[in-house]
Design a protein around this ligand. Structure first.
Ligand SMILES: Nc1ncnc2c1ncn2[C@@H]1O[C@H](COP(=O)(O)OP(=O)(O)OP(=O)(O)O)[C@@H](O)[C@H]1O
Ligand SMILES: [Mg+2]
Length: 411
């Protein structure tokens, strides 16, 4: 089963391209589900369905093409609000480590969490060959995709302690005002949610899932797409293609359009440079809105041309470790940044990688946790962090010299 996510800046054509790709996949004989993580009911609009025709059960809009609109009004909303409120109050009262505090602020809203859980159910159902996800604009998508790991970190580090402490102190503390006292049911609910979101993350960061960046050839849009590429990689997601949408055709252009063609060409050149190594699919600006299954499938057919729309560039795993004598090198795909854009810190067993306003806590495998970070550099679109084993006394001096040299070379 293949999972394709489409994201990009607001209004660039994410829903159009997602709906088109799904229509094409279905026309090619794949049993296809398309779902939206966006509260706006834009898929129904794209397929030209009547209001209310598409709901929280998959609806077949063409042979083999099913659409589902996640319903945020379900009871879940209430329980999520409880969990979220509890987490935030614990954070406040417990004076949780600031790194964790920052992580918790990425907790998204109910619709987004619900969409992930819905995706999980459909992915596990075994009913689909392809699941296409029409994501919300970039910032929300990134919050959404960062959530499972952030919550997982919290669960593994903070919650077991919380739970023990709460158990031991409940008789005393329940009389004290202002201290949040969750019952076991809250802990159970959080644990279940964690396990489910963890499965979603495993699915989405696995080799059968990928993210496609939709953009229009405009400088501000490209700037955002570049940042998303970096951030998606930081969180361990694979980007397997870029869609340049609403490209003005050059033929028979009047002066006004010729101006746009020139300007877009300039940006498209920068798109090619920015995403070198990835396929860049182009879609023309159509004379009218592509609405309905047939026009959308047609748009997708033109877009992918001779490429298989479900193809995935195999690519490297986003996170790799190579062990060597007396140490190891951890590699994390991190395109379009230089070393100065990346802040690296160590927090116990976690490697804390910050790029711009995004931060990932990577729990180090136990073998690495006792090593010291000897240096880091960014090269060929990846962050490389070198660890040395201080216990390996003989190797230390030699490593230090080699590390210093490598650091120089890496600059
Ligand atoms: N290649 C194209 N040619 C002409 N019109 C297009 C093209 N692509 C998209 N559109 C139109 O542009 C509008 C915005 O597209 P769409 O809704 O797919 O964007 P979106 O990125 O999903 O927006 P949002 O961020 O609001 O979810 C729609 O009216 C759509 O029909
Ligand atoms: Mg949309």
């Amino acid at each position: 089963m293949r999972i394709l996510l489409f994201t990009g800046k607001g209004g660039v054509g994410k829903s159009t391209v997602a709906a088109g790709t799904a229509a094409l996949a279905a026309a090619d004989g794949h049993r296809t589900l398309v779902l939206s993580t966006d509260a706006a009911h834009s898929l129904a609009d794209a397929y030209g369905c009547e209001y209310g025709a598409i709901g929280s059960e998959p609806t077949e809009v063409a042979p083999g093409l099913f659409v589902v609109q996640v319903d945020a009004q379900l009871r879940f909303e209430q329980s999520w609000a409880d969990i979220q409120r509890y987490l935030l109050s614990v954070l406040d009262v417990a004076g949780v480590d600031p790194v964790a505090a920052e992580e918790l602020t990425v907790i998204p809203g109910a619709e987004e969490v619900l969409a992930l859980l819905e995706l999980r159910l459909h992915a596990l159902s075994g009913e689909w060959d392809v699941i296409v996800v029409d994501c919300a604009p970039t910032a929300e998508t990134l919050r959404l995709l960062a959530l499972p790991e952030a919550l997982g970190w919290y669960m593994n580090r903070v919650l077991p302690v919380e739970r023990r402490v709460v158990k031991a102190l409940r008789p005393v503390l329940s009389r004290a005002a202002g201290v949040p006292m969750p019952g076991d049911s809250v802990f159970d609910a959080i644990e279940r949610l964690h396990a489910e979101l963890d499965e979603v993350r495993t699915l989405l960061s696995g080799p059968d899932s990928s993210v496609r960046l939709v953009l229009t050839p405009e400088n501000v849009v490209l700037a955002e797409a570049r940042r998303s590429y970096t951030t998606l990689s930081l969180f361990g997601y694979r980007v397997d293609g870029v869609i340049a949408n609403r490209v003005f055709p050059a033929e028979d252009a009047d002066d006004w359009r010729a101006g746009w063609v020139l300007a877009q060409d300039e940006v498209l050149r920068r798109v090619e440079q920015s995403f070198a190594g990835l396929p860049i699919w182009r879609s023309e600006y159509r004379p009218r809105e592509p609405v309905g299954v047939v026009p959308l499938a047609g748009l997708a057919r033109d877009l992918y041309a001779d490429d298989d729309p479900l193809t995935s560039s195999p690519g490297k795993a986003p996170f790799r470790i190579r062990r060597s004598e007396g140490g190891a090198v951890v590699r994390l795909s991190l395109p379009l940044v230089s070393r100065t854009d990346v802040d690296l810190a160590r927090n116990g067993d976690d490697l804390v990688v910050t790029v711009g306003s995004y931060r990932r806590l990577i729990t180090l495998p136990s073998g690495l946790a006792r090593y010291r970070i000897a240096g880091a550099r960014v090269e060929h679109g990846e962050l490389q962090v070198r660890f040395v084993d201080d216990a390996d006394a003989a190797g230390v001096a030699a490593n230090a010299v080699a590390d210093a040299a490598a650091d120089e070379a890496g600059r």
